[in-house]
Ligand binder design. Sequence first.
Ligand code: GAR
Length: 205
Amino acid sequence: MKKIKIAVLVSGGGTNLQALIDAQKAGIIEHGEIAVVISGNPDAYALTRAENAGIPTAVVSKKLLGGSQEAFEAGILAEIEKAGAELIVLAGFMSILSEDFTARFPRRILNVHPALIPSFCGKGFYGLHVHEAALAYGVKVTGATVHFVNEIPDGGEIILQKAVDILPGDTPETLQRRVMEEAEWKILPAAVELVSHDLLAIENL
Ligand code: GAR
């Protein structure tokens, strides 16, 4: 059976990438396969996770490209094309992609965000900052969202969300971990399977 080839873009630890790798092995993702892992950061541990799983990797560093967004995105695009990827997953990818880039892949870029969009999202809300903001506001429930990526940061159509309770004594770190375990690592693989399945169905019409 043909599978949808996936490029996963990462920047750091890569626990969401690991969730995708594990879901692929477990058959939870059956209509897609990770064809390449692309990191914006040469030191990302996510690269080691990919290598351990036998998945090809590429590093495209904006810094090494003189800080140009255009060159950065051209580099990413070249790796996506080289791998033949038809679906792009931002799994802890900390750079914002331009409209030039996102417009090339309508409904073919997914992102996981560690809050219930439209809360605590948009420019400046990434990684631990999101959980700091949720705790500072005093909300009692947070969660994670997987959505399609368009030109508005965290503004594309929502695919899946899952709520997570905030507990007394939570720190940004304990909350981040609970949101990952209870929400992100479940809804990201589920959304990747949903979208891969739909893309294949359309191709087979
Ligand atoms: C995750 O919590 C992810 O949702 C978040 O960064 C963390 C990356 O962890 N992404 C964003 O904030 C993007 N706006 P990981 O590298 O272990 O997957």
